[in-house]
Structure formats: C-alpha cells, structure tokens
Unconditional design. Structure first.
Length: 455
C-alpha cells in the first residue's frame, strides 16, 4: 500500500490499523463510514481491477472500433454499453434525446457541431435498489478525426504501454473504466452505482443535460457523482476537476452613420463631426459594460472589426468578447443586464437626430459555473482513494469550462468530481491512454464507490 508523507494523522491511523489485521475483529469499533471504506481496501480494489485488465482493454478496443463522433447518434456504441450492463444486475434504460427540446432551459448551450439527433443515451439502474446512491458517468461521443493520425484512428494499437485510438482518452476510456468497475463491484456483492453513458462533447446538451434534467424532475437523489473523464491537463489522476468556470461568448454589433458628402461621389468629403462613428460607440459601450453589467467578471475582447475606409467615419463595427465568471453569476442574467444597459446608452441619444443601433448576441459558449466542496466528505473519500492507489495526493483543477460536472451540481445539488487516466492527444490526432493508469482508474472508482456508500 502506498502512502504519502503528507497524509493526515487520521488516514495514517486507519491504514496502520488495517495493516495490523484489526479489521475483522474490531470493525464494530469503527464509525459506519469507516466500516464501509475499510470493507474495500486499496489493495483489494487494485486486485479486482487487475483481474479484469484484459477485459478492460478488450472492451475499450471494441468501443474505439465503432464510430461515434460528436454530433452522431452513437447508437451502435451504446448498444455495446447496453449489452455489457445487461449482463450485470442492472435495469438498463436507453433514450433518444434532442437538444432542441431543451433550448429554453437555463443550462442549455447549443451543441457544436450543430445537430438535433436524436442522440442515444444509456442509464443503468442497480436492480432491486430503492435507496439513494452514487452515480458514475462518461461520454460515448468522440472528437472528430483530425489530420495527422499516424495509425488508423478506429483500429486501436498498443505501443509502449499506451493504447492509441480515437476516444481512448476522451472519453471511451472513461466509459470502459466505469463499466468494468461496476462489473467488479457486482462480482463481490459491493455497492452498485448508477451508471450513465452519455453524449458530453460540445457542451453536453445532447446527453448530460437531458439525463440529469430527467433525474431532477423525477426527484431521484444521487449522493455524489463521479465523471470518469480525465482532466485535459494530461496529468491523469494528479488532477481532480471539482469546479467549472462560467463562460459567455458574445458579439456586440454597432451600426452608426455618415454625414452627407460635401462633394459629389466623395464619401470622404462628409464632415466627420456629422457622423456617428460606430467604432467609437463600440469602444464606449464596451467600457460601460465592463464597469457596469460585467463588473465582477473577467473580459477578453478577442476580435474587433469596423469601418471600410480610413477617410470616413465607420458606419458599422463589431466586437467579439468572452466573459469568464463564477457563482453566483449566470450567463442569462449577465446577458439580460447587459442588454438593459445598452438600452440606457441608446436612450441618451434619443431625439438627437440619427441613432446608433446596437445589438448584443451570444455566439459560442454559454455555460454556467459550478463547484463541489473540495473539503467535503465525498471529496475526501475520492482524494484518499487516489492517494492510496497512485501514491500522490491529487490537486484541484479549477480552470476548465463547459465541464459536464456542472449538471449534477446545478440541477441536483449533488457534489460531482471529474477524474481520469494519464492520457494525451486531446482534441487532436494520435489520442492515447496509459493502460496501467486505466487499470488504476478502475481501482480508484471501485474504492470511491465503496467509500461513498458509507457516507
């Protein structure tokens, strides 16, 4: 068993007690949560995962061979998931979901690439269980095939301890890991989590939003949720995603005017003071929004265009900007307040002759923030499982945005965390996952589910 010199005294005490063989004789002396966690020691979880190494690789390889790019239904790949869960003590449900059904939802973000499916999502419910429990989810859809692949992206290849193929890292490796973890738990009569194979690429409106919204409406309680998906840092289990940033991409469009030319067919002869310079108005509006509606957010103006000549005032201009924000802000409220402020800006010109026209529209990401308590009980169980099995205490990674952990956090009020294996090639060619670390991930999931069952 691996330990860290930074381990807390309580953790060390528990580990020494277990190592001394006192578990069976003295289990009654432990509090309920400790008994549940002690029932699945890190070594036992790793042994269960190692025993299924070949099954894990074979399952992942089979999923990689089935095309399920972002924007596609993934029906064939989900059939593999349904068949696997169907051999376990699970009641399996599949749904065909359309993002357009959720366009008015406050957590909706248009999918990218665009498309309305329907998209197949699969949820496995432990048979005979009526109590609340924990949930696991991963996404079945993959990135598109980019130029530069050195192997066939749909034919998995093992080399130097890595498995290469489209989706191995993002996130069919996560799908395979959570399925194998569920099978291992079932084989020893352990607690079974709800298992969800969803569409998560492009903001989650194809799968994560529909499924977690149905859970919210049904009143289904999940005590904690684990998103089996590696942090895109490439550091594997070193990082836990427990927070996602809010992002809002906007385009500010301004229409101004030019004065009457003093000379025939000479636009540049119009007096500048008679015009309404759209570029000037655009910058003034951005400054007002920065200090008003968008105060408390981070703003980046990434693109500015305007005018068509240097000798005349610009009669049109636009700026594209991105806001980053945290709770309690939401993208819809920020947009509403900004539009109201634009109205006030325009009212100042009422009755002064010609008028500016200003529009503010979302053009890309529109995703709300969410965070789970880093020091909460569910987080501590997860962090200790990683430390025990990986030999290093994980760190929080708070810089991701549009992460799907926001759905259980915001819709269910449930703590959610994202973890995954050492992997690389995110959003590009030659995607890979470290096979040893994928096995370790299965063990972490097993230990975490067992620990969460006692909270």
């Amino acid at each position: 068993m691996m330990t860290s010199p930074t381990s807390k005294a309580g953790s060390l005490t528990r580990r020494r007690f277990v190592a001394a063989g006192g578990l069976t004789a003295s289990a009654a002396l432990l509090p309920p949560w400790a008994r549940a966690r002690a029932a699945m020691l890190p070594g036992e979880a790793l042994a269960l995962a190692e025993a299924r190494r070949d099954e894990l690789v074979e399952l992942l390889a089979g999923l990689v061979r089935i095309r399920s790019q972002s924007g596609e239904s993934a029906e064939q790949a989900q059939a593999v998931v349904r068949d696997y869960l169907g051999r376990l003590p699970y009641r399996v449900e599949a749904s065909a979901d359309r993002p357009s059904d959720y366009e008015s939802h406050p957590e909706f973000m248009p999918p990218s690439p665009a498309g309305d499916g329907p998209f197949v999502n699969v949820v496995g419910w432990p048979e005979g269980s009526t109590a609340s429990g924990c949930g696991l989810f991963s996404h079945i859809d993959t990135h598109l095939v980019e130029d530069g692949w050195e192997t066939d992206p749909y034919e998995p290849v093992q080399r130097d301890g890595r498995l290469y193929g489209l989706g191995t890292a993002d996130d069919k490796g996560g799908v395979a890991a959570m399925l194998v973890a569920a099978a291992a738990l079932a084989s020893v009569g352990g607690p079974l989590p709800v298992v969800m194979s969803l569409h998560g690429k492009g903001g989650g409106s194809r799968g994560s939003l529909p499924v977690f919204e149905r859970l919210r409406r049904s009143g289904q309680v999940l005590d904690a949720v684990l998103y089996v998906h590696p942090a895109e840092t490439g550091r594997g289990l070193d990082d836990i995603k427990n927070e996602v940033q809010g992002i809002l991409d906007l385009e500010l469009r301004v229409r101004g005017w030019r004065g009457e030319p003093l000379e025939v067919n000479s636009i540049d002869s119009a007096p500048w003071e008679d015009g309404g310079n759209a570029i000037d108005a655009c910058w003034k509006m951005l400054g007002r929004l920065r200090n008003g509606a968008f105060a408390g957010t981070s703003i980046n103006v990434g693109q500015v265009t305007g005018g068509d000549r240097i000798g005349s005032v610009a009669d049109s201009a636009s700026a594209r900007l991105r806001l980053k924000f945290s709770e309690p802000h939401t993208w819809s409220v920020l947009l509403d307040v900004a539009r109201a402020e634009i109205g006030e800006f325009l009212d100042a010109y009422a009755g002064a002759g010609q008028q500016y026209a200003i529009e503010l529209e979302p053009v890309g990401y529109r995703t709300n923030p969410g965070s789970a308590d880093w020091d909460g009980p569910a987080s501590r169980v997860l962090r200790e499982a990683i430390e025990d099995l990986a030999g290093k205490a994980p760190a929080a990674y708070p810089n991701h945005y549009a992460g799907d952990i926001r759905y259980p956090i915001r819709l269910l009020g449930t703590p959610a965390y994202g973890i995954g294996s050492l992997a690389g090639g995110f959003y590009g060619p030659n995607e890979w996952v470290d096979v040893d670390d994928l096995v370790r991930l299965v063990a972490v999931v097993i230990a975490t589910v067992t620990g969460w069952s006692g909270l």
